[in-house]
Design a protein around this ligand. Structure first.
Ligand SMILES: CC(C)(COP(=O)(O)OP(=O)(O)OC[C@H]1O[C@@H](n2cnc3c(N)ncnc32)[C@H](O)[C@@H]1OP(=O)(O)O)[C@@H](O)C(=O)NCCC(=O)NCCS
Length: 327
């Protein structure tokens, strides 16, 4: 009998504070028109001073557990995908476990930036398919507002904060995660990165003076790589499973830039209506973007039982990947 991991519950959490493009006009030399035309983003959510990744992740997890209708004690493991953990260690997953008040499970973080949720989903899927574990909580969370340079217009307009969570459970039917496909190319590590704060350049006055604790990005190059990797990911999933793009009910891409999604649709001849898009209101929430979009798609009934859904993302690393789900 084949075991599949099925997503039995989803939850998301977006901080209350909305930061609009108009407000950004007062912070850096930019305009609502420039941001909208170049990215499609109108506003994003910003965590409060007190809120860290584990707080956002906890809220999304509680919602996902409720949606799944299971008890927290039913969980065997927690995997958190994030590159903005509460602290360097312990893992944010352990902090979420603590907040949920669960014992006797295992928890760990995955670092794959914006592809993180797909990486985490793939790892969780292997544990469940193998029959070793039955139920897992997978979370994508990032709080980029705390690592962007709010005086750098080329990055600060792009990102927002959020968390999305999914409960995976072993199922013997034909629904669930059908296949996952992961890739990385470390040669492109410096296309998007935070240079300071780690063991290469530990915190120091010099580091802070040079603003090395903030995101550095070569946006223009990344744009092209993003379009290519997303196209490759979609094509790989379709080919591997013997499907055509028309067989997919909904494409859920990483929400980085509307123009990237438009370019992917154009290259693969997939109409824009077949892509879930919510970057206009949340911006790029990194590892949270795909699970938040999936959660919304399900609650808006854009996806129904037995539909094929294709998740795809790219991010710092460079990492990229995709997952095909039969809902
Ligand atoms: C960042 C991005 C929106 C920039 O758009 P672009 O069309 O490539 O714009 P460019 O970088 O070529 O910049 C064009 C001009 O706009 C300016 N500009 C950059 N940010 C600006 C802003 N927020 N407001 C106004 N002007 C801005 C630049 O300085 C440049 O000016 P110049 O021509 O005088 O030098 C786009 O490259 C992108 O989305 N890249 C991918 C980023 C991404 O996905 N990151 C997350 C990965 S997970």
């Amino acid at each position: 009998m084949q075991i599949r991991s099925r997503i039995i519950g989803l939850g998301s959490y977006l901080p209350e504070r909305v930061l609009t493009n108009l407000e950004l006009e007062g912070m850096v030399e930019t305009s609502n028109e420039w941001i909208l035309n170049r990215t499609g983003i109108s506003e994003r959510r910003i965590a409060s001073e007190e809120e860290a990744a584990s707080d956002l992740a906890y809220n999304a997890s509680v919602a996902a557990l409720k949606h799944a209708g299971i008890k927290k004690e039913d969980l065997d493991f927690i995997i958190v995908a994030t590159v903005t953990p509460d602290m360097l260690f312990p893992s944010t997953a352990c902090l979420v476990q603590y907040k949920l008040g669960i014992k006797n499970i295992f928890s760990f973080d995955i670092s794959a930036a914006c592809s993180g949720f797909i990486y985490a989903l793939s790892v969780a899927d292997q544990y469940i398919r193998s029959g070793i574990y039955r139920t897992g909580l997978v979370i994508g969370v990032d709080v980029f507002s705390k690592v962007v340079d709010w005086s750098d217009r080329s990055t600060c307009v792009l990102f927002g904060d959020g968390a999305g969570a999914a409960i995976l459970q072993a199922d013997s039917g034909d629904r669930g995660i059908i296949s996952t496909h992961l890739h990385s190319d470390g040669r492109l590590w410096d296309i998007l990165y935070i240079p300071g704060g780690g063991s290469r350049t530990p915190p120091s006055e010099e580091m802070l003076k040079n603003k090395l604790q903030y995101i550095k990005m070569r946006g223009n190059e990344l744009f092209k790589v993003a379009v290519n990797t997303l196209c490759d990911s979609i094509s790989e999933v379709l080919k591997f499973n013997g499907l055509k793009s028309d067989d997919i009910k909904l494409f859920i891409p990483h929400q980085a830039n509307l123009r990237i999604i438009q370019a992917v649709g154009k290259k693969l001849n997939i109409p824009l209506e077949r892509f879930k898009i919510n970057l206009d209101v949340y911006g790029n929430t990194s590892a949270a973007s795909v699970p938040i979009a999936l959660c919304e798609s399900v609650s808006e009934h854009m996806v129904r039982e037995s539909d094929y859904v294709l998740l795809e993302a790219f991010g710092s690393g460079l990492t990229w990947g995709a997952a095909l789900i039969k809902w």
